[in-house]
Design a protein around this ligand. Structure first.
Ligand SMILES: [Cu+2]
Length: 254
């Protein structure tokens, strides 16, 4: 009932259902809290009405009822956090799929677009170094190395095979961005200088919009051109084949 009421967006990843259940649960748990506070508010309006309390009471509350009430609210919220939120989060960060069972890539956000770097056939990323960075080589790959030669760079549009884990390693070239794909129930900040791994398992074929969930500058909205295409393995292989190889250059976003 609540799910219908909340009109949650389509789910296209394995863990998405659990996220939705959690959202529903939060609503159910918040309902008594909402009603409780509302009743308390109405009670205080009536109890401290001006016809009954002409003069302010400087002594204030003498009893301990409010302390117990506060404690009850804190423990209620503690159950939410410790009983539900932390275990769900722990499951997401601990149960990482093996790289050999996943489509592994690096995602480098920038003002204003998404760069995806895939390792190519050999499954290895080329070595990167600050010294190699130039306009033609924005990610500083060592182009002399064979691992680099078959690296694949995709801009704004990424394809992934359906039913196979995806591991994305997030970072950013400039400011903090946030990779968000609602149907996948994935949101991850991209922070310059930090590599943050995240994973999900797409279960439904389709074309899904990527948005940036951190206000990152003038062209922030343009990052919503990002697309994740979930397709059968064969179509994914064909797409990989069609991409330019060699670790660069990245297409410009203009
Ligand atoms: Cu952004």
């Amino acid at each position: 009932m609540m799910e219908k009421l909340l009109n949650l967006p389509v789910v296209a990843s394995e863990h998405g259902r659990a996220v939705d259940q959690f959202v529903v649960l939060v609503h159910w748990l918040m309902a008594p809290l909402f009603v409780g506070w509302l009743l308390f508010f109405l009670y205080t309006l009536w109890r401290f009405r001006s016809s009954r309390n002409r003069k302010a009471d400087y002594a204030g509350v003498q009893g301990h009822a409010s302390t117990w009430l506060e404690l009850a609210v804190v423990s209620f919220e503690g159950v939410l956090l410790i009983g539900f939120a932390i275990p769900l989060w722990a499951r997401a960060v601990d149960d990482f799929p093996l790289e050999k069972d996943a489509t592994v890539m690096r995602v480098v956000a920038e003002q204003f677009g998404w760069n995806y770097i895939l390792p190519g056939k050999d499954g290895k990323f080329g070595p990167q170094d600050l010294a190699f960075i130039s306009a033609e080589n924005p990610f500083g790959f060592d182009k002399s190395k064979p691992e680099t030669k078959d690296n694949i760079i995709a801009v704004n549009e990424i394809h992934v095979p359906v039913g196979k884990h995806v591991i994305m390693n997030f970072s950013s070239k400039d400011v903090i961005h946030s990779f968000k794909v609602v149907p996948m129930r994935v949101t991850q900040d991209c922070i310059p200088g930090i590599n943050i791994p995240q994973h999900f398992l797409p279960t439904k074929e389709g074309k899904y919009q990527v948005i940036c969930a951190q206000l990152c500058g003038n062209g922030h909205a343009a990052m919503a051109q990002g697309v994740v295409v979930v397709e059968p393995q064969a179509a994914f292989d064909a797409w990989l084949e069609s991409k330019a190889t060699g670790g660069g250059p990245a297409t410009s976003f203009e």
